[in-house]
Design a protein around this ligand. Structure first.
Ligand code: GRF
Length: 210
């Protein structure tokens, strides 16, 4: 059995690269059926023609479809085109990795979709989560992986972890530790969500900072 996934991104694409390197074409055991199951990242999709991540997909030899959202009159029209593209690749699960577009219910009701957010949700939803948690009074930030629903950063949590602040640390230092945590947490969370258990030799965890 093979599970077909797509990764959507908008910019740098370091999480996308990490997921491909950690999970693509790896074989797992399904925890419910006990059957062997491989995970195939069949496609990446990007809404920003200038994204650095597109170069990463070329280096990774992974197909990348670029759909500039500005070419569409409405969010629904854009989502319809994404849905048609993803269906043509027989995608079952969609993984968001820095995809900076709000999805309509049309999309979220079509594909089971997973997202990563760089805070300990429900704290600090939105586009400035790292900065917001850095300047917040709490002594921690965090990373959360969740199912996507129609509410922004609001779906059911799959896995999340806190990251303790270090006294006198710069925002840049904090941000790079958040990203390092993302690289270890996201592959683990996806396997948990899909009920996949690593086999002995499966390199399912991060290979380090991107
Ligand atoms: C990550 O911090 C992710 O949590 C957030 O956007 C950032 C994307 O970074 N949603 P990259 O494009 O994966 O490098």
């Amino acid at each position: 059995m093979q599970i077909q996934c797509a990764i959507l991104f908008s910019g740098n694409g370091s999480n996308m690269q990490n997921l491909i390197e950690s999970l693509h074409n790896q074989t797992f055991t399904h925890s419910r059926t006990h059957k062997e199951c491989s995970l195939h990242i069949a496609l990446t999709l990007c809404n920003n023609p200038n994204a650095y991540g597109i170069t990463r997909t070329k280096n990774l030899h992974t197909p990348c479809v670029v759909l500039p959202h500005r070419d569409y009159d409405s969010r629904e029209d854009f989502d319809k085109q994404m849905i048609a593209t993803l269906r043509s690749y027989k995608i079952e699960y969609v993984i968001l990795a820095g995809f900076m577009r709000i999805l309509t219910p049309l999309f979220t009701n079509t594909f089971r979709t997973i997202n990563i957010h760089p805070s300990f949700l429900p704290e600090h939803k939105g586009a400035n989560a790292i900065k917001d948690s850095f300047y917040a009074p709490q002594n921690y930030g965090g990373v959360s992986v969740h199912w996507v629903n129609e509410e922004l950063d609001g779906g059911e949590i799959i896995l999340q972890e806190k990251l303790e602040k270090i006294p006198n640390e710069s925002l840049e230092g904090f941000e790079s530790r958040i990203h390092a945590l993302e690289y270890t947490l996201y592959p683990k969370a996806i396997l948990k969500a899909l009920h996949l258990l690593p086999q002995e030799s499966s390199p399912h965890t991060s290979k380090g900072c991107k």
